[in-house]
Each structure stands twice: as C-alpha cells, then as structure tokens.
Design a protein around this ligand. Structure first.
Ligand code: PDD
Length: 284
C-alpha cells in the first residue's frame, strides 16, 4: 500500500504529491510547521500544537489555512488511511507560490501538506538506556519562538551530534547559556530541582514542555525556570529532553562526560511515566 499524504485538500499517494519550485517555503523557508505525536492511533497534545501553529503563522502575518477541527479531521484520516498506531504527524504551511521576490503580496494561496511517520515513542532504546548529546554553538536567528522550516542551523547541529555518536545537539548561545536541544527542550535536575530555560524568543515554546510542567506542578516536583550554563549542566544529577518526537528522553552523557550516574535518572523516569500516562488520557 502506498503512503497516503495530504496536500492542499486532497489525500493522495506520496508519489503524486508535488509542490512548485516557486513555493516560498522552498525558496525562502517562508513557512511554518508542527510535529505531533501519535500513541494508539491518537494525537498527543493536539490543541497545544494547533495553538502554537496559529501563533507561528500570526507572527509571520499568515492566516490559519484550516480550523482546529479541520486539521483534526485531516490528521485522523491520515492516521486511518496509513494504519498508523504510533509515530508522528507532520504538518507544514507555506505562504504560497509566487514569482521570486523577497517581499510578498496580498492574498496568496497557502500550500498546506501533512504526512505521517511511523516511529516508536514509548518502547525505545533511548528511553531505556539514555541518550548522548554534543554541545554546539547556537548559531540561529533571534526568532526561535517561531516554528519555521528555516532549520539549517539545527541540521548542522544535529549532523555534528550524529557524527560524534550522539542522538541530539545541545545548543549553547554566545553568552555561554544553554538555549535548548537541536529539536527538543532541555532540562537538568540538581538536588531534586528541575531547571529549564524560561520561555522567550531564545527558544521554541515546546508543547511537550508546557504539558510536562503543568503536570509536574500537580506533583511534588520543584521546577525553576532560569538561564544556566553548560558547566552547571555537567555538574547535574540528571538531565533530559522533551519533544513530540521523543516525549521525555533521559540524557546520560554530554560531550563524552557522564551526567549524574551515567544512567537514566529516577526523577526523569518518573516524569516520563507521568507524561505518558497523561498523554494517553488526553490524546484525541
Ligand atoms: N521539534 N525546540 C526545538 C528547536 C524544536 O524543534 C522542538 C520540536 C522542541 C520541542 O517542542 P515540542 O515539545 O512542541 O515538540 C523544542 C520537532 C519535534 C521537530 O522539529 O521535529
């Protein structure tokens, strides 16, 4: 069976899904995207992702091409047509197609596409034994709050990490503070306190982060949102990342130095459990 994808209103075989070479998403990365997790064929943190999509679009002067319910309908149909049980649904909205010009005109027709990716999210090696990170300079632009497809800095960061045998990059800003993972929010735990960078234009406001911090508030976890350095992280008891694509993933090594005991930490494991339980209960 061919993979079925969604493009501008139609569900079509992936081989037939084509966009113009004049699409501004291709020419200028003038586009935004979302990645949602799927567990048991249902979408995790769906409303959070749709809200962030709208925020990203608005910040770039683009309208929502589909309503929340329309997006849900399309994603459910993609999940159904492709028999997806666990994995991801990717959605991208570009400003549309026009003669190449940096400035854009009024009333463009947006390009909208979605596809699924099969991926284990719960029973993963990374969750069981932990993942390694490589620190790299954060060379991105100043609007990291917008989830655009302008991702070349992260491509380079994550490729460097991969070449060093690591699953994820840890991005360090010019001022020496850690921003986030290449495609994840980052946290460390010291003396039972979970520390993560506050939301600003320096990082993407992770939807998994938001859900997890809300959950942690209802437990006895102490969370502090503040800036921190790589040295602080290297002296931590535990570290972990979150993203729709990894959920809560323990980090056991950064730059070949062990974090804590070099094994997934107990608080991280607990947070992963709490997160999964809630994700299954609230998925749609
Ligand atoms: N990335 N920070 C960055 C830079 C990201 O790209 C992502 C997600 C996150 C975590 O956000 P969320 O919890 O909403 O997934 C943080 C997705 C998974 C990706 O680009 O594939």
């Amino acid at each position: 069976m061919s993979r079925s994808v969604y493009l501008n209103g139609d569900f079509i075989p992936v081989e037939e899904a084509k966009v113009s070479i004049f699409d501004r998403g291709l020419l200028f990365a003038d586009s935004v995207y979302e990645v949602m997790g799927v567990l048991d064929g249902k979408l995790v943190d769906f409303d959070g992702h749709v809200q962030r999509l709208e925020l990203s679009l608005n910040k770039l002067d683009m309208p929502m091409p589909l309503s929340r319910d329309e997006i849900l309908g399309v994603q459910h149909e993609l999940i159904r047509q492709n028999g997806l049980h666990e994995g991801l649904v990717y959605m991208q909205v570009t400003r549309g197609t026009a003669e190449r010009d940096f400035a854009y005109g009024e009333g463009m027709t947006q390009t909208v596409f979605m596809f699924h990716q099969q991926k284990d999210l719960e029973q993963t090696t990374a969750a069981r034994v932990g993942a390694k990170m490589l620190s790299v300079p954060d060379i991105r632009w100043d609007r990291r709050d917008i989830k655009t497809t302008g991702l070349l800095a992260q491509v380079l960061a994550k490729q460097a990490a991969k070449q060093a045998g690591c699953a994820e990059a840890l991005m360090v800003m010019k001022d020496g503070t850690v921003s986030e993972g290449g495609s994840s929010s980052f946290y460390f735990i010291k003396d039972d306190v979970v520390v993560t960078r506050p939301i600003s234009n320096d990082i993407l406001a992770g939807i998994t982060r938001h859900a997890l911090l809300q959950l942690a508030e209802t437990t006895d976890f102490r969370i502090v949102e503040r800036s921190f350095s790589l040295d602080e992280v290297l002296a931590a008891d535990e570290a972990f990342i979150t993203a729709a694509s990894t959920m809560v993933c323990p980090i056991i090594e950064i730059d070949e130095r062990r974090v804590g005991g070099g094994q997934p930490g107990p608080l991280t494991k607990k947070l992963r459990e709490i997160y999964f339980k809630n994700a299954r209960e609230t998925s749609v």
